[in-house]
Each structure stands twice: as C-alpha cells, then as structure tokens.
Design a protein around this ligand. Structure first.
Ligand code: IMP
Ligand code: MG
Length: 173
C-alpha cells in the first residue's frame, strides 16, 4: 500500500538552501574544524549533503536515541540507543537534526552532550515546526520553518518509508 505524497519543498529548493547553509557555516567556523554529530536515522541524509557543502575540515559521528512519551516520569526521557564512537571534549560540535518538533529529544540530547565538555555545541536543523515547541532549544541554524504538518522525505519517515525522497513532502492520508 502506498499513500499519495505532495511536495511541500522541492528538491531544487532543498538543495539550494543546503548549499547556502554550508557556505554560512563554513564562514562562521573559518579557521576551525567541525565535529559533526548526525542523529540517526532521520538526520543522516541532511548531514551527508550538508557536510559536502562545508569547506572547513569536518569529522562525523553518529548517535541514535529513542524518546519516551510525555507520560514518562523517569529521569531519562531520551535513551541513547547508539552512542558516539569518539569523545567530543574540546571539539567544536555541530549537532545535525532532520526536524525539531516539540524539542524534547533535542533538549535532552544537548544536556547529555554538554556534560562531555565540547569546546562549543551548536545545532543545525533542516526543518523546524516552531508551533509545536514545548521544550525551548537554542537553534543556531535552521534551513526551513514549516507549519504544523506531518512531513516526509530527506530522512524523515512515515512508518519507516519515504526517507529516500529527495524533497520534503506531505503524506495525504
Ligand atoms: P521532538 O522531540 O518532538 O522534537 O521530536 C523530533 C522527532 O520526531 C524527529 O527527529 C522525528 O523523528 C520525529 N518527527 C517530528 N515531526 C515529524 C514529521 O513531521 N515527520 C516525520 N518525523 C517527525
Ligand atoms: Mg530526528
């Protein structure tokens, strides 16, 4: 069974914005090296494309987290499913995400990473749904702000499908 997907942001628009974002980040980090952290699985497509547009030296590492529902009272709302391979102490870390929705996942992830003493820690996201924010996060780089709709493509899935779409689409249910 497959659903109909309509285009919200075209492949051309996404690629253009990623190119611009890569240039901006390269300027901001001139003379430095970037340690890019990609959050699996959704962040991977954007991380790879973005890193290709960055002209300062880049190293890359991956992390996978799972988040529990709002009703979870335990101290750790976000569970690390796959931790980083390398330490981040003293590094200029750029955390790359596919989308920031409530901000819950990211705010906990930031707390965890800050304890590891990076030299700096900034966030870059492909998409932001600001209307749905419940946890305040300081996002340095946002490619697109979008309305509160469920989107797929460029790493984002609907039931694990559509991550490979080269554009951002909306599933018509
Ligand atoms: P947050 O903790 O609410 O910010 O959750 C962010 C995560 O929810 C993202 O990394 C995605 O995995 C997922 N998510 C949020 N909105 C969408 C969407 O529109 N499409 C696909 N996944 C989404
Ligand atoms: Mg994500």
């Amino acid at each position: 069974m497959s659903e109909k997907v309509s285009v919200m942001i075209s492949e051309e628009e996404v690629n253009k914005k990623i190119r611009e974002m890569g240039e901006r980040i390269s300027q901001d980090y001139a003379g430095k090296e970037i340690h890019l952290i990609s959050v699996l699985k959704g962040g991977v497509y954007f991380s790879c494309e973005l890193s290709k547009r960055i002209s300062v030296p880049v190293s890359i590492d991956f992390m996978a987290v799972s988040s529990y529902g709002d009703d979870t009272k335990s101290s750790g709302i976000v569970k690390i499913v796959k931790d980083l391979d390398q330490g981040i102490e003293g590094k200029d870390v750029l955390l790359v995400e596919d989308i920031i929705d409530s901000g819950r996942t990211l705010s906990y992830l930031i707390e965890i990473l800050k304890k590891r003493n990076p030299k700096s820690l900034k966030i870059c996201t492909l998409l932001d749904k600001p209307d749905r924010r419940t946890h305040q996060v300081d996002v340095a780089y946002t490619c697109f702000e979008i309305p509160d709709e469920f989107v797929v493509g460029y790493g984002l899935d609907y039931a694990q499908k559509y991550r490979n779409l080269p554009y951002i689409g909306v599933v018509e249910l």
